[in-house]
Design a protein around this ligand. Structure first.
Ligand SMILES: NC(=O)c1ccc[n+]([C@@H]2O[C@H](COP(=O)([O-])OP(=O)(O)OC[C@H]3O[C@@H](n4cnc5c(N)ncnc54)[C@H](OP(=O)(O)O)[C@@H]3O)[C@@H](O)[C@H]2O)c1
Length: 214
């Protein structure tokens, strides 16, 4: 797949690197330093390059939205027309100091995003785990038991494509249903963040759902 990374920080930088490692064409964009984007691309391998958000979006089948909520409008404006494209979003609708959701209960950040990018196919994914765990999940891909990763969205084909990316990174994708389920997955992430960053066992945390046979 051709994947544009909109926001090349902790999440975008790592996920873009892992997508490139399994052979996807990746364009890293939207960091404050072009040098950083170039370095990320160099380290990610020959299928990765650096570009502007517009370049990242132009030929992409999917973009990964990985910016702070306060930057979403700006990066979408810079990316240009996303009609028909998949937006996999890990961006949570957090306030400036990342302590509270600013969109919640009767709408989610992912649904608000879908209203901003009306003709794109939004899938909420990757936002429920800390960036610190991504490489170790990738490295453990061959183990029999993988951690879960919930995702949701309203477009079947877009969801299938994103489920493939989730598998590529080393998780077991769990389809949580339509995009409105992001109203539950987004606050769930605050629990994960509490355990990862306020607990005493460190941020390399993943989760696994088990359906027990009767
Ligand atoms: N970090 C996590 O573990 C985690 C987990 C789940 C969900 N999330 C969500 O994922 C999203 C991304 O989080 P993150 O931790 O990856 O954020 P981050 O590390 O701060 O990365 C954000 C990216 O946006 C860029 N950026 C910020 N302001 C910019 C500006 N004015 N112009 C150009 N580029 C700008 C940053 O540039 P620089 O590279 O120059 O800083 C960086 O590349 C957030 O919505 C967050 O809530 C994060």
């Amino acid at each position: 797949m051709r994947i544009g990374i909109l926001g090349s920080g902790r999440m975008g930088g790592k996920l873009g690197t892992l997508f490139a490692r399994v052979g996807h064409d990746v364009v890293f964009s939207y960091a404050r330093s072009e040098q950083k984007l170039k370095r990320l691309a160099r380290n990610a391998g020959k299928t990765a390059r650096a570009g502007t958000p517009r370049e990242a979006a132009r030929d992409a089948d999917a973009v990964l939205l990985a910016v702070h909520w306060s930057r979403v409008e700006d990066v979408l404006k810079q990316a240009g027309d996303l009609s028909g494209k998949i937006i996999a979003t890990c961006s949570l609708p957090m306030n400036a100091d990342d302590t509270e959701l600013v969109v919640a209960h009767d709408i989610s950040g992912a649904e608000a995003l879908a209203k901003m990018a009306r003709r794109a196919k939004v899938v909420a994914a990757f936002g429920t785990v800390p960036s610190e765990v991504l490489f170790s999940v990738f490295e453990a891909k061959r183990r029999a038991t993988r951690p879960s990763l919930v995702y949701c969205g309203d477009d079947r084909d877009a969801k299938d494509a994103v489920a493939g990316l989730i598998r590529d990174v080393g998780f077991d994708p769990v389809d949580a249903g339509p995009l409105r389920i992001a109203r539950h997955t987004e606050p769930f992430t605050l629990l994960i963040a509490q355990l990862a960053y306020e607990g005493d066992r460190g941020p390399e945390l993943a989760y696994r759902f088990e359906w027990r046979a009767r």
